[in-house]
Write a protein that binds this ligand. Structure first.
Ligand SMILES: *Cc1c(COP(=O)(O)O)cnc(C)c1O
Length: 495
């Protein structure tokens, strides 16, 4: 029982159970309170090839799973276009960790290639016979990566909801053309927070009223609240550190700073987990877009969602309710479940909570935070291209901008690794606009132009979309999500 709810120690779970459930019965997230005190051979891990690192790290975070080696190989082998999985590329005096070489060209592939393997293994180990239906709200990238990860995986089905006007044309094309016998994609007329709220309400109502009892189906989540989503993300911090060692840029034990474009706080929290496991992670720099709620929180200790939701050119970070922050509150308060519960109740009731000086101080000892607005994002894309010949997407640009501000203020000169979370070809319109290029035509014409301009090839999964026909046309109102799920499941359309 190494996992417990962030809202109190009454709800414990085996790791296999935690992966199957996604969320604890009291609404909290599963966490291992002893992560920082269980010994881990991080130095030995750094000498391994990427899949070997993944096996060691995942076996440490999820020790109850049998045959982690086989699960890791099935998840990644042949799926990523780079042998290093996540290559580290020098750009100027810094480094970019490219997380986007998986099947959908977004960093979420790293976790969502692994999660279905963990879920089916957990289902077998827990003796569960029900088919597991994944409900996912997406701000763009999770949806496609989850669909690709779960498609045709035995014993599972997946339904994805995306905000009708909140995703890029490429992201939409990726989702509505998804093939597979166990997949469903639906547009919701609202923003990402509406999708996320709808999914949470659906879970709550179906569980409260036992609406799936006796159907042989049960719900789970692929959002980054699932510990099986977070654990695989710890791996690439080790891959980056190992690459710096091999280049001779650092010696084992030296600090390395990481700058992370952040929305739901999953990616950056995985960096903190790596640090708790012993990896010499220096500062973790949170980069927010114009929806600067996380940066405001990390600077003031006040989390206040009573603000307008801004649509930006980095839509995967357009988030006002950052779920994984709950795990940081738990860790920073020394594992105080009652404190976390109060914060979350205040957020639900008043839209705001405040953590006080002690918790804020402990967070600020590890994390820095900066914001980059829309104009700054475009300027950064252009500047990084002009100065270094490196083409980055808008999410990565937000992080580049934060890296510059951070370096201007920090003491010390540890290497800086900027996490790059999406291929620029997923957002060709925004990138061309920033470069002052011609934006006429559809997303595919834009991709072609961007490819010629930069001399970089379009990833095959994106250029191939053009020839695919839309297979999913469902769309619903904001408050219709639970009814839609119940209808789809009762008709067993595809499940
Ligand atoms: C999801 C996503 C992010 C934000 O990651 P979190 O783990 O939610 O903080 C950043 N960039 C891209 C491209 C994404 O898809």
């Amino acid at each position: 029982m190494i996992y417990q709810s962030t809202r109190g120690a009454e709800f414990t779970a085996r790791d296999t159970e935690a992966v199957l459930r996604g969320i604890a019965p009291d609404g909290g997230l599963y966490i291992d309170p002893a992560l920082g005190s269980r010994p881990f051979d991080w130095r030995g891990c750094l000498a391994l090839p990427p899949l070997g690192m993944a096996e060691k790290i995942l076996a440490h975070l999820l020790p109850g799973f049998k045959d982690m080696d086989a699960l890791v190989h099935r998840a990644y082998e042949g799926k990523f276009s780079a042998p290093e999985l996540t290559p580290l590329v020098p750009v100027g005096e810094d480094y970019v960790l490219e997380l986007f070489h998986g099947p959908t060209s977004a960093f979420k592939d790293v976790a969502l290639s692994m999660l279905p393997r963990l879920m089916t293994a957990a289902r077998a180990q827990e003796g569960v016979e029900d088919k597991i239906i994944i409900l996912t709200a997406t701000s763009g990238d999770t949806g496609k990566a989850a669909l690709e990860g779960f498609r045709d995986v035995d014993g599972t089905g997946i339904i994805v909801f995306y905000p009708a006007d909140g995703v890029s044309p490429v992201q939409k094309a990726q989702m509505v053309t998804q093939e597979g016998d166990n997949v469903k994609v639906c547009a919701l007329r609202g923003n990402f927070d509406d999708c996320q709220r709808g999914v949470k309400e659906c879970f709550a109502r179906i569980n409260r009223e036992a609406l799936l009892a006796g159907t042989g189906l049960r719900l789970s989540s692929a959002n980054s609240i699932n510990i099986g989503r977070l654990a695989p993300q710890v791996v690439y911090y080790f891959i980056a550190y190992g690459a710096l060692l091999r280049r001779g840029r650092i010696k084992a034990g030296a600090w390395v700073d990481f700058v992370v474009p952040t929305g739901n706080f999953g990616d950056i929290l995985a960096g903190y987990f790596a640090k708790l496991m012993g990896l010499p992670v220096g500062r973790l720099v949170c980069a927010s877009n114009a929806n600067r709620i996380l940066t405001d929180f990390l600077c003031t200790g006040v989390y206040d969602r009573r603000r307008d939701f801004i649509k930006t050119s980095s839509p995967s970070m357009d988030i006002l309710v950052s779920s994984n922050l709950e795990r940081l509150l738990f860790l920073a308060s020394g594992g105080d479940g009652a404190f976390v519960k109060t914060c979350m109740e205040n957020l639900a009731r008043d839209g705001v909570y405040s953590v006080g000086d002690a918790v804020l101080g402990s967070i600020r000892a590890q994390f820095s935070a900066y914001t980059c607005g829309e104009a700054g994002t475009a300027q950064t894309i252009a500047r990084v291209w002009r100065d270094y010949g490196y083409l980055c997407d808008p999410h990565t640009a937000v992080a580049f901008s934060a890296a510059e501000e951070y370096k201007a203020e920090r003491a010390g000169d540890a290497p800086v690794v900027v996490l790059s979370t999406a291929s620029p070809f997923k957002f060709p319109g925004a990138v061309l606009k920033a470069l002052g290029g011609d934006r006429s035509g559809d997303a595919f014409a834009q991709m072609d132009r961007l490819s010629r301009l930069a001399g970089v090839e379009i990833p095959g999964n994106l250029s191939g979309l053009k020839a695919k026909v839309p297979l999913h046309r469902d769309s619903i109102e904001k408050d219709g999500l639970t009814d839609y799920v119940l209808r789809v499941l009762s008709e067993r359309e595809g499940f």
